[in-house]
Design a protein around this ligand. Structure first.
Ligand code: F6P
Length: 508
């Protein structure tokens, strides 16, 4: 494990100069150092406490942490996921990685495309609806893509269902014609309880509505094709992907099938190309202009030096309303760890809590705390220059204007010594990501940016971002409760279980 202590010590206390003063003192040089454009996205850190000195110290930390070697290992397909002994090859899905992995990914994409062509050629009869069943990384990515890009372009109605609550499935199929529905069962492992239960119920729904061959309407998206075959899906309707693609990094693989189907193959390829462009930028750029790395520097500045426990992402575009929940899994499942890759304690805070919402709605709900609360929350605004609708441009002008004004207000504040309730302290940081337009290429680049930023944060902290053992204990206990009841649990859990399930429980 790289010894980063001296580099962290050198950072302590840096970057605390009030933001307004920084802007005054650095002027155009600050804009040059902290505004970068890449792949149709303008990234702006001018309203943060990053300054030249802090950036230099973070660059030293990146070197001490071995970030250069780590990114080379990632793209070379080395076993960067050390606790599970495998590579993390999502970039290979975009054509950036070990040549053999890139080739294999191409082959799987070709298979995916062939199935889409077959659906278009009516091999499944008329298809109007796609019911995509998956959870976590097998749902959040496709959901984001379809919701962001499929509003006008969507060729099919896509419903994505994840929760084991039957109400979610009921809602998903409402209005669907079972005879014109295809079911995509997305699970990397093909063992996930929620997904398999929803899939069983979807088969039942098809059968109950007189669909002759329900299983023949199911397509599996998985890295465990043998399990899908065991479950009953014919090999010809299985779209595999590689084991080395992590669940929360899998939207580029066959897990993205509903998006590729709904948006068309060309759009899916453009998304891969946009991501590949960001891959090359991350792989080749020096720290001072490397966008995912600069973002990680700002993340660490606020998490470690300013003690921020959360970071908030606000999409100032309705089409990106699912971005915060997508990022929650990406960032918190990847870096919400307490030990480093070598098992030693991290010794500082790891991932902050990612949360957020949609502007302008959030302004009327949670922004009070951002402006005047006692906690410092670094904010990320994500906006798009071109509107996603045909109503009066006044809507979009108001939307962007609000976004820009919020960043300015957080930074500048407004002193009111006479009336503390109306005093705005200001000096509150924000980053703005401004997309030229929301198209598949730009969205691909944006998501790849977030992936690499998460990776860069992990390397600075010494974390393996590609495992998620934290979720296993709860799964095991849920299974034990389901199989054996609560007898072997603690008294509080036994009482709660009885209250939930025993008809004659007196406390219920
Ligand atoms: O429980 C966590 C998790 O393993 C995620 O990492 C993953 O995205 C999700 O469950 C779904 O897993 P699968 O794709 O194997 O069904």
């Amino acid at each position: 494990m790289a010894d980063t202590q001296a580099a962290w010590d050198a950072l302590a206390g840096h970057g605390r100069t009030p933001i307004a003063r920084l802007i005054d003192s650095e002027g155009p040089a600050r804009l040059e150092a902290l505004v970068h454009s890449q792949s149709g996205i303008r990234f702006d850190w001018t309203k943060t406490h990053l300054d030249t000195e802090t950036l230099a110290r973070f660059a030293a930390l990146a070197d001490a942490a071995g970030l250069d070697g780590a990114r080379r290992a990632l793209f070379a397909g080395e076993r960067v996921n050390v606790t599970e002994g495998r590579a993390a090859e999502h970039p290979a899905e975009r054509g950036e990685g070990h040549p053999e992995s890139v080739e294999e990914a191409r082959m799987f994409h070709a298979r995916m495309r062939a199935l889409i062509d077959a659906i278009d050629a009516d091999a499944f009869g008329p298809v109007a609806h796609i019911l995509h069943i998956g959870i976590g990384g097998s749902a959040l990515g496709p959901d984001l893509l379809v919701d962001a890009l499929g509003r006008d372009a969507g060729r099919f109605d896509v419903a994505i269902v994840s929760n084991v609550d039957g109400a979610a499935l009921a809602e998903a199929v409402r209005g669907f014609d079972p005879h014109a529905t295809l079911v995509a069962i997305a699970s990397k492992t093909f063992t996930t309880t929620e997904t398999l239960m929803n899939a069983e119920s979807a088969l039942g729904w098809l059968a109950d509505h007189g669909v002759e061959d329900p299983i023949g309407r199911c397509i599996a998206l998985t890295a465990a094709p043998e399990k899908a075959v065991e479950w009953g899906i014919d090999e010809t309707r299985i779209l595999p992907f590689r084991e080395s693609v992590g669940g929360r990094y899998s939207l580029w693989s066959s897990i993205g099938f509903p998006a590729a189907l709904a948006l068309g193959w060309e759009a899916f390829e453009q998304m891969l190309e946009g991501a590949a462009e960001m891959d090359r930028h991350f792989r080749l750029s020096p720290w001072a202009t490397n966008i995912p790395v600069l973002a990680a520097f700002a993340d660490q500045l606020y998490a470690q030096e300013h003690g921020c426990e959360t970071r908030a992402v606000f999409a100032y575009d309705e089409r990106l309303r699912l971005l915060p929940s997508y990022l929650q899994q990406l960032e918190m499942e990847s870096n919400g760890k307490r030990v480093r890759a070598d098992g030693t304690p991290i010794g500082r805070h790891s991932a902050p809590i990612t949360w957020g919402g949609v502007g302008t709605d959030a302004q009327h709900a949670v922004f009070q705390l951002l402006h005047q609360g006692t906690r410092l929350v670094p904010v990320e605004f994500v906006a798009v220059r071109e509107p996603g609708h045909h109503f009066d441009m006044a809507h979009h002008a108001a939307l962007l204007g609000n976004c820009i004004a919020q960043g300015a207000a957080l930074m500048a504040g407004r002193a009111n010594a006479a009336d503390p309730a109306r005093d705005y302290p200001g000096d509150r940081p924000s980053v703005t990501l401004l997309l030229d337009r929301l198209d598949p290429r730009t969205l691909g680049a944006l998501i790849a940016f977030y992936e690499h930023r998460t990776f860069a944060n992990a390397v600075l902290l010494g974390i393996n971002p590609f495992d998620q053992f934290g979720v296993e204990l709860g799964k095991a206990m849920a299974k034990a409760l389901e199989d054996e009841g609560a007898d072997n649990f603690d008294p509080a859990t036994r009482a709660l279980f009885a209250a939930a399930f025993d008809a004659d429980d007196e406390s219920a």
